[in-house]
Write a protein that binds this ligand. Structure first.
Ligand code: AMP
Length: 399
């Protein structure tokens, strides 16, 4: 079965075509700068890499161009558009409506639309991706895989805010995000540990950052909340901040809510602390003695340590911590700082193992430590393909 995975953003479409259940990537790529005069399409198969520069006025044109490449007599991987029978879409916000992956119907689309106000930057372009795929592949089954679904197992104590019932009934609660990544990585970790009931903490550190406490394979607590700016210090987002700061800025500085949102989500985090949001530059500057860069590394790793403490407490134990995403997979500096003086939690890393660069799953903990420290590359596209494949297989069994 071929599964096309689509991750549609406001000006981009990421795609990967899988052969399932073999999990083989037949082709992948990115359409970017949709709506701008100078669009780009990057297309890759196991044999070739190909880029095209052209104007892509809208998502439909972008996806049609992808189909042309997939069908291309020399670099294509399919011979007829109808070979694409199943499409898995990433949808960021499923609210409380979607606790699992769902076959898309008109009713499902209406519900995704209702959630636009909760994820105004993400759900509208995700929705566009679905509509465009329906137009380009009218015969294909369309499946929605939600970033929030994995966190729907969180208990009431973890997802409830202490506000009056009237507001809780409006749907104001912790939803969490990055769920597709946390689901993939925690699944891999439990497999690696050969223990489906292990108590683990997944630390997703990329431009966006989040942590999940996972017990018996389920998310039981998570650092992102109603929105995606809470918890860790991120590339441009502040993470945890006292709400009094927001009201102070609005009242004393006469900043509008848009201005405060822009400050805390686009100009804060590592960027606000150092002027750089890319961790490689910050590490480079810190190694040359830059005081602000050192402070930023200290603040972000301190925050992660605090959450490790909190999640160990709520799980009453800890078997492993798992680093993933751009920073988690690649920065031995951050991993080392997070694991420093954490022997109380049974966390200690082997410096030589931590320094190894690899795209494989690896255990970097020191010998005989109580808690494993793992590095697991995330793969959200593969998780979407797996979810899509499994819902369709289950459907086949039922019918
Ligand atoms: P992501 O959002 O998962 O793509 O992660 C992006 C972040 O990963 C950026 O802050 C990058 O600086 C960081 N990153 C990628 N490669 C490295 C590396 N080799 N060392 C340190 N940070 C890295």
């Amino acid at each position: 079965m071929k599964v096309l995975v689509i991750n549609s953003g406001s000006s981009s479409i990421k795609f990967q075509l899988f052969q399932m259940p073999e999990q083989k990537v037949l082709a992948s790529g990115l359409v970017e700068k949709i709506g701008l005069p100078n669009g780009d399409i990057h297309y890759k198969t196991p044999e070739i890499q190909h880029s095209i520069n052209l104007e892509i006025p809208d998502h439909t044109t972008g996806l049609k161009k992808v189909v042309e490449l997939l069908l291309h007599p020399e670099i294509g991987v399919i011979s007829h558009v109808n070979e694409i029978e199943n499409i898995g879409h990433r949808v960021v916000h499923g609210g409380s409506n979607f606790v699992k992956t769902t076959i898309i119907t008109q009713e499902v689309k209406d519900k995704i639309r209702e959630l636009f106000s909760l994820a105004p930057l993400h759900n509208p372009p995700n929705y566009t991706g679905i509509e465009v795929a329906e137009e380009v592949f009218p015969h294909a089954k369309q499946i929605a895989v939600f970033d929030t679904s994995f966190h729907q197992t969180m208990p009431e104590v973890a997802h409830t805010y202490a506000i009056p019932l009237k507001f809780r009934e409006m749907g104001i609660r912790v939803y969490g995000f990055h769920g597709i990544s946390h689901q993939y990585v925690s699944g891999k970790a439990l497999e690696f540990l050969n223990n489906p009931n292990a108590k683990i903490i997944v630390i997703h550190l990329g431009n966006g950052c989040s942590m999940t406490a996972v017990q018996n394979g389920e998310s039981i607590d998570h650092s992102l909340g109603f929105g995606p700016n809470v918890g860790m210090i991120m590339g441009t987002r502040s993470g945890d901040i006292d709400q009094a700061v927001i009201f102070y800025l609005m009242e004393k500085m006469q900043m509008t809510s848009e201005e405060v949102t822009h400050l805390l989500t686009k100009q804060s985090g590592m960027l606000g602390l150092t002027g750089d949001s890319d961790l490689r530059q910050i590490e480079e500057r810190a190694s040359q003695g830059d005081v602000q860069a050192k402070l930023a590394l200290n603040l972000s790793t301190y925050r992660i340590q605090k959450y490790i403490g909190a999640y160990t407490a709520v799980m009453n134990g800890l078997d492993a911590i798992v680093f993933t995403a751009g920073i988690g997979e690649n920065s031995n500096v951050i991993r080392q700082m997070v694991c420093e003086e954490m022997d109380y939690f049974g966390i200690e890393i082997d410096e030589a193992k931590n320094a190894v660069r690899s795209s494989e799953i690896r255990d970097i903990s020191a010998a005989n430590t109580r808690t494993k420290v793992l590095v697991i590359p995330t793969n959200e596209e593969l998780e979407i393909a797996k979810e899509t494949y499994s819902i369709l297989k289950n459907q086949e069994k039922v019918s």
